[in-house]
Design a protein around this ligand. Structure first.
Ligand code: GBH
Length: 446
């Protein structure tokens, strides 16, 4: 099964706040994640991104890891506040310089940068103006994006505007588990809309400044009824509207699912035809971040969705408590072909956290991660064979890093990071992924 075509994009993914460390170095402005992590009670073990993987200093060594894997692409994000410490206005040359050196070093190694403009670390200066609930926020984002499009016009041809608008809106503004830590349904609804407007504005700007491909990355999860009964089926449909179709229907169909008005009640704004036309803006590809599915049971008392998710059986669960369900990746990829006009798709994140053992003779044995990756790569190959326009696959993540509210307690990396020395050690999954890439997927048949 040499299932993956010539030119297929093989990569790994990271994000700035999760790996860089030194969040205030060289004149950077603080971000909402810096503030959130320094407010007690938000992060497991009171951790922060102050050190993270110290990638800010060790980026050349980390490019060595990418080279070792044999990837032809690397997805990373830029910290807005390093480039624009106030979020707008004056450019911080030193902060921008870090990313210029990173991009140059990647290109020297023949690795294509795939840049995410926003992976959750909004400058605090903009949060002080309301952050993403401010109607000016899409313009702030477009102006920031323009700085980067101009800087990298000749060198970078793959861009992702925003990582997981649903997580930003819901975990950040409805459930308060992520920065900025709000619990405000009306804010969450408006933030979701402004993120879509921000994406559209950046895509429009890229049309005049760049000649590559630009898209958005969505977290997508099939929602299955826990039991074959009508109430669970309806609950799963509500949750599908909430998690998946909120952003898919907006981008591809110029509409929001009607369920959202029921779920949010009076907190859901009345969007007119003009507003819906403005968010109908998929870009050149859609990024899929796939981890799991949900099994949904009706629960009228669980507001506002009237639904709860069942925990998976132990033997099917990752360290995050998410079900290992590779079929779901095929299902998600199928949606694009069946419902959304078969756009180009990149799997911009896929991976799993497990309780890895410490390195032994320089290697970490993580057979569970190999099983996880193999089964999901097979599902991707099958989708390709079925006619899905799949252009690439990125493992989350290159190395163990700051797993948001979980701190450093959850390890997603192909490389194990020693929290004392920050030394990187390969896991057996790194060797596995290298062989997948080297054979264009032929080893998946074994
Ligand atoms: C991604 O988000 C992020 O882009 C990345 O930064 C992060 O490190 C990585 O995943 C790992 O977490 O609780 O069973 O209902 C993941 C998005 C959305 C995936 C919520 C799991 C909940 C499953 N997540 N979803 S469940």
């Amino acid at each position: 099964m040499s299932a993956f075509p010539e030119g297929f994009c093989w990569g790994v993914a990271t994000s700035a706040y999760q790996i860089e460390g030194s969040p205030l170095a060289d004149g950077a402005g603080p971000s909402i994640w810096h503030r959130f992590a320094h407010t007690p009670g938000h992060i497991a073990d009171g951790e922060t991104g102050n050190i993270a993987c110290n990638h800010y200093q060790r980026y050349l060594e980390d490019i060595g890891l990418l080279h070792e894997l044999g990837v032809n692409a690397y997805r990373f994000s830029i910290a807005w506040g390093r480039v624009l410490p106030e979020g707008r206005g004056a450019i911080n040359r030193k902060g921008l310089g870090f990313y210029q050196r990173l991009v140059d070093a990647l290109l020297e190694r023949g690795i294509s940068p795939v840049i995410t403009l926003y992976h959750w670390d909004l400058p605090m200066a903009l949060q002080d103006r309301g952050g993403w609930i401010n109607p000016d926020s899409p313009q702030w984002f477009a102006d920031y994006a323009e700085v980067l499009f101009r800087t990298f016009a000749d060198r970078v041809t793959s861009w992702i505007t925003i990582n997981e608008p649903w997580v930003i809106a819901v975990l950040g503004h409805l459930e308060g588990r992520h920065a900025p830590g709000w619990r405000d349904p009306s804010a969450a609804a408006r933030v979701g809309h402004h993120l879509l407007l921000a994406h559209a504005a950046a895509v429009a700007s890229y049309r005049t400044l760049g000649h590559g491909q630009i898209g958005i990355a969505l977290n997508l999860e099939p929602q299955h009824p826990a039991y074959p009964k009508a109430a669970d089926l309806l609950a799963a449909q509500r949750r599908d509207a909430f998690v998946n179709r909120w952003f898919l229907d907006a981008l591809f169909l110029a509409s929001y699912p009607i369920e959202l008005a029921q779920i949010f009640g009076p907190a859901w704004p009345k969007f007119g035809a003009v507003a819906l036309d403005q968010i109908h803006y998929p870009g050149d590809f859609i990024g899929v971040n796939y981890y799991t599915r949900a099994r949904v049971a009706a629960a009228p008392e669980a507001k506002p969705l009237g639904a709860i998710c069942l925990p998976p059986p132990r033997e099917k669960s990752t360290a995050m408590g998410w079900e290992i369900y590779p079929e779901g990746l095929g299902e998600v990829l199928g949606w694009f072909k069946e419902r959304y006009g078969n756009p180009r798709v990149l799997i911009t994140e896929n991976g799993a956290a497990f309780a890895d053992p410490a390195p032994c003779a320089g290697l970490v044995l993580d057979p569970q991660r190999i099983v996880y990756l193999r089964s999901h790569l097979r599902a991707a190959a099958q989708a390709l064979a079925a006619g899905v326009d799949l252009g690439g696959y990125f493992v989350w993540s290159l190395m163990d890093n700051f797993e948001w509210a979980e701190g450093y307690s959850k390890r997603f990396g192909l490389y194990w990071v020693d929290r004392q020395t920050l030394q990187r050690y390969p896991k057996s999954s790194a060797h596995f992924y290298r062989s997948v890439i080297a054979t264009q997927g032929a080893v998946l048949a074994d």
